[in-house]
Design a protein around this ligand. Sequence first.
Ligand code: AMP
Ligand code: MN
Ligand code: MN
Ligand code: MN
Length: 295
Amino acid sequence: MDNGVELPLVSGGAFDLHTHSSASDGLLKPAELVKRAHSRVSGIALTDHDSTLGWAEALSAGDTLGFPVIPGLEFTTDFGQHEVHILAYFIETDHPALASALTRVADDRLARAREMVDKLNGLGIPLAWEAVRRQAPGAYIGRPHIVRALISSRLIRQSATDDFFREYLVSGAPAYVAHEEISTQQAVALTLAAGGVPVLAHPGRMLADTDLLPLLVSWGLGGIETYYPSHGPAEITNLIGLAGQYNLVITGGSDFHGDPNGSRLGDGSVNFNAVEELALRATGNAGTRFLQGER
Ligand code: AMP
Ligand code: MN
Ligand code: MN
Ligand code: MN
């Protein structure tokens, strides 16, 4: 029964440590995401792809609501032929090397998106660059914005999104252009240099056929995303074992993008202990500030 006593967060709670806003390829603006999350979970980490530009709005919305918002980021990185995603929590945004790496990646993404639109045009699909820009007016652009522009230009139907993606936009498909991303080792090093904690994102989609994990650990990996919508029970059990073996924080999250057909906010949530462990491992001020409840 509710007796009016507020329970301390350390007793549990549902923290979704993997979400995207319109600062990358999510559909909700950072403040809308926070507002939505407030009615569903105990706290979130905003982990936009390669961008921290949603932080200011998300953190201020969190402050207004008294709702915990953890500053994060999801790096897209190159590990040889593999694309590996590294989550970074509690980084200091004003770190010069981090800021300049993110600017470089954003500039490349813009040139790459233009190239993909040129390729689509060459394949007879008359998508206007302006239509893509309307979907991605900010600093970040990726393939989902191209697909959304195709839909808004009535060149494909919403229901054909997945097929179109597979036919034209996956690696090896005719309109695909690779990213110029930073290396996985660099992403881990930058995260540590900026005082944050690097975490391997959705290992179920990343670890196959590689001996990546021991390497990541030797570079300073701090956590492993164990709870994730597409991870089954056997996978989760395996990851819990690896977390123990390598002394990694067990994290989790939904990878929510605001898309009603995608994962739901709160799927893969973890309790406050995971958040606290991440904050304690952070060497910069962001972790301490979070634990003291001030930003
Ligand atoms: P990019 O940043 O351009 O490499 O695009 C990657 C993003 O596209 C991911 O973060 C997902 O949000 C989305 N995505 C990746 N694969 C697919 C797919 N097969 N169908 C729809 N969306 C996808
Ligand atoms: Mn995405
Ligand atoms: Mn990812
Ligand atoms: Mn993600």
